[in-house]
Write a protein that binds this ligand. Structure first.
Ligand SMILES: Nc1ncnc2c1ncn2[C@@H]1O[C@H](COP(=O)(O)OP(=O)(O)OP(=O)(O)O)[C@@H](O)[C@H]1O
Ligand SMILES: Nc1nc2c(ncn2[C@@H]2O[C@H](COP(=O)(O)O)[C@@H](O)[C@H]2O)c(=O)[nH]1
Length: 208
């Protein structure tokens, strides 16, 4: 059976650039990660594609998925549900593939409880004014929604301490490079040291 893949969680306030940085990482030739497409009840934005950007569903459909135990995590964010379908993540990890989630902080903390050996990276803006400007420049939200997202952002940034790493998204290629370096280093650490710890503790793979 292949070794279980690594679960990588990229989190941070809305508008910090998680999607942009993720796309930069995925566009690189050496990318081996598999992106988990989230489910949401939010309305589709112009240009967004169902099944690629999100699975767009109704509130009833989302709640049914929750009831059926189909979500790894979920959260209500500014009047809508967002969540990670469990099936895809489990199937990929079981096949030994590394899975990349891009989610907000409440959901990330649920994943942390369920998958403690995941890698949790927080993407943070250079400052709050820049964050607001990025959301405005994106042109997807009205002013009332931007204010709601900014209110959330303050509390979300305080959650940074609960992550394994924090990366400032000042420039997209630089932030992408830092994240790739962190993941490479973590992979190496797990491969290099975990077998030694297991040996010292008298554990074999089946006991883990
Ligand atoms: N380093 C950067 N410098 C300047 N602008 C950036 C940078 N990174 C991303 N942006 C811009 O900021 C806006 C928000 O980026 P993006 O949609 O990727 O954020 P996000 O964190 O994925 O948001 P959400 O969580 O709401 O989906 C976009 O217009 C993007 O082009
Ligand atoms: N807990 C989860 N949060 C998610 C998921 N997918 C996206 N998100 C986050 O929601 C907000 C708003 O997103 P937007 O597309 O409306 O701008 C943002 O922080 C996303 O990262 C998910 O599956 N679970």
């Amino acid at each position: 059976m292949p070794k279980r893949g690594m679960l990588i969680v990229l989190s941070g306030p809305s508008g910090v650039g998680k999607g942009t940085v993720r796309k930069e990482i995925f566009s690189r030739e050496d990318n081996t990660f598999h992106y988990s497409v989230s489910m949401t009840t939010r309305k589709k934005r112009p240009g967004e594609v169902d099944g690629k950007d999100y699975f767009f569903v109704s509130k009833e459909e989302f709640e049914k998925e929750i009831e059926n135990g189909g979500m790894l995590e979920y959260a209500k964010y500014v009047d809508n549900y967002y969540g990670t379908p469990l099936k895809y993540v489990n199937e990929m990890l079981d096949q030994g593939k590394d899975v990349f989630l891009e989610i907000e902080v409440k959901g990330a903390m649920q994943v942390r409880e369920k998958v403690p050996d995941g890698l949790f990276i927080f993407l943070t803006p250079p400052d709050l004014m820049e964050l607001r400007q990025r959301i405005i420049n994106r042109g997807t939200d009205d002013l009332a929604t931007i204010d709601k997202r900014m209110e959330k952002a303050v509390g979300e940034i305080e959650m940074m301490q609960n992550y394994d790493y924090a990366v400032v998204n000042d420039e997209v290629p630089k932030a992408a490079e830092k994240i790739q370096t962190i993941i490479r280093a973590e992979r190496w650490r797990v491969k290099r040291f975990l077998p030694d710890y297991k040996k010292q503790l008298g554990l074999d793979d089946d006991q883990q």
